[in-house]
Every structure is written in structure tokens, then in C-alpha cells.
Design a protein around this ligand. Sequence first.
Ligand code: AOF
Ligand code: ZN
Length: 353
Amino acid sequence: MAAALRLSRWHRGATDTNPSVGCLIVKDGVILGAAVTAPGGRPHAETQALKLAGPAAEGATAYATLEPCSHHGKTPPCADALIAAKVARVVVSVIDPDERIQGRGVAMLEAAGIEVCTGVLETEGRSELAGYLSRKIKKRPQVTLKLAVSADGAIGRPGAGHIAVSGPLSHSQSHLLRAESDAILIGIGTALADDPELTCRIDGLENRSPRAYVLDRHLDLPAQSRLVAACKWPLNRPLTIVCNRDANSSKRQLLEAADVAILATGTDDLSGLCRQMAADGVSTLIVEGGAAVARSFLAQGLVDRILLFSTPLTLGTGAVAAPFDRKTIPDGFRLVRSEQFGPDLAEEYERRQ
Ligand code: AOF
Ligand code: ZN
């Protein structure tokens, strides 16, 4: 199951609203088939792994990180495929909370005389599937707050444009996180100060750029900004601006003409916004700036994970104060991972359940 969970990471962020699931078909200690949910979400992992195993799957054990599906969706049920292949045993990490499944996959397998074992490495499985489970159960995305803080507790300098607070290795890590995430959000302050693209700039992963959201109550984002340009070919990356209902209609028309989606629901109710994102299929969201946006997400109890890069740079007096640093981590979070990327210390904190 540990190997199946590692495999499931391959397509994280690339399977649309479907979770990235890993499946191994094993007999006599030999892996006969190994697969992960295909990019776009289909085919599912199990049918691909069974295909690789061929007739040898008879009598084998299938390891699946998520309960095999029982529904006729865009593809036939994986439970039926496992039954048809005559596997002897199915080992499952997490039961699928999808309203069409919820234990029905396990029931179908058991009714066909297959031994089923569930809850194997379930904590790890839940962690791998955290975004999907959050969208299905809490009806909002899993939210990761990403922050780079200088040695003197700052995130930037006013009027200085984009400052690289963290080093190139940390940047690559952030871009990898973008590749694995469905969406990224910033406030208009950061959008105007940095003119960022918010794309994934790792060779070969450019098309894994997350869809972008900007909290911009008065529609101040210029139609000539890099964010707006990235909506178009070759990236075709969706951009949504969240603004107030009474935002200027001519600015709205200008942005809409540039393929920007406008969500005029106001910028204060972040829970409502997160619910809307989940309804639009977003399972994982990165909140990436600035300080006010980070504080609002924390204050509304919407942050599940903090990824903090602490760097040796000093930004001096007049710099923009970070909402917190590693000595003042918000209450309720615990350290789960710590890694050094060049001169920067990266720490991951998770909200205590
Ligand atoms: C599996 N194996 O690899 C995945 C599963 O739209 P459909 O028909 O593809 O179904 C989507 C649902 O399938 C999704 O909500 C989740 O319940 C399940 N995902 N199931 O057996 C897989 N990715
Ligand atoms: Zn399936």
C-alpha cells in the first residue's frame, strides 16, 4: 500500500475533479501491474493496472489507495473489472466518500466472494487524498498557505516590486506545489506590486499551472497584467477575479473581453468563496500573498496547511511585516516536515484536527 500511495502522487493536480489514485496488482511477491489515475481523470487506476497484469491477475491481490468505484460514470465500475479479472483479494486504504460509492464498491467485491481488507495505511491515504476528501466532505478545497519570510520577519518591501525573499531551490519547490494544486489565490496588493504570472515554471510542467484567483474588490487588476495575459494561448490558464457587486462595470467589460471570469460575490466571505471553488471542482488551493490575505484566511479558520520558507535575507526597515514567522506560528498548527533548500529552511505545518 505504501508503494501504491507513492505511485498515486504522480498525477496529483492533473486528474481534474477525480482524485489521483494508485493501484498495484500483486501475486507471489511480484508486481504484475501498477497504475495511477490517468491525466484528466480517466481511465481509473484499477482498470489500467488490470490491463497491464492481463490474465495473470487471477488469484492476485489488488492494492488500491481509494475504494474501487461501483458506479457507471464515464467508465464502467472498477469493482466489476476486479471481479471479472478474478482477483482473490482487494486491499483498500480509504473508503470513497463520493455519494455514488460510499462502501458500495467494497460490498460488490465481497458479494462476489472476494476478500476485502480496508483501512490499510489509512492515515497516510487520507493525507494523500486530502484535497479530494476536503472537497467531498467539507465542501471546500484543502487550503495551503505559502509564505516566505526574511530573517527580519518581512515578506517584501513596499514599492520595490517583486523581491525574491527565498532562493532558487525554494522557488522550484513552490512551483512543484503549483503543479500539484488545482488553484492559487492572491490579493490585489500582491498582484499590483509583483505583476506575477502564478504559473508553474518548471520545464515540461508548464501545462500544470493552477487556475488563478485574485481578491480584487474594485477590479483594479490591469487588463495588460501578466496574470491576464496568461489566460490566453499557449497557457490558456483560467483566471477569476473576485470583486464587489458594485465594481465598475466598464472595468468589468474590459477584463471579461480578455477572457477573465468575474465573480462578484464580495471579497470578505472567504468560506463562501471556498464553497464556490469546491463546487467548481477545486480540491486544492494555495494562498500565496500578501499578509492581509493570509491573515483573513487564518482568521476565518480556512487554512489546513502552512508551508513556511524561512530565509537568511534581511529586508531592513520599512519592509512589509510577515503575518507570522517560525517563532509565532498560529495556534492549532503542528510541524510535520522540515527540509533545507539551499540557505532556506522549509517547514510544513498541519492544522490539528
Ligand atoms: C476509482 N479509481 O482511479 C479513481 C476513482 O467521473 P467518473 O466516472 O470517472 O467517476 C469519478 C469518481 O470516481 C470520483 O468522484 C471518485 O469517486 C472515483 N475516483 N475511482 O475506482 C480511480 N480516480
Ligand atoms: Zn473506478
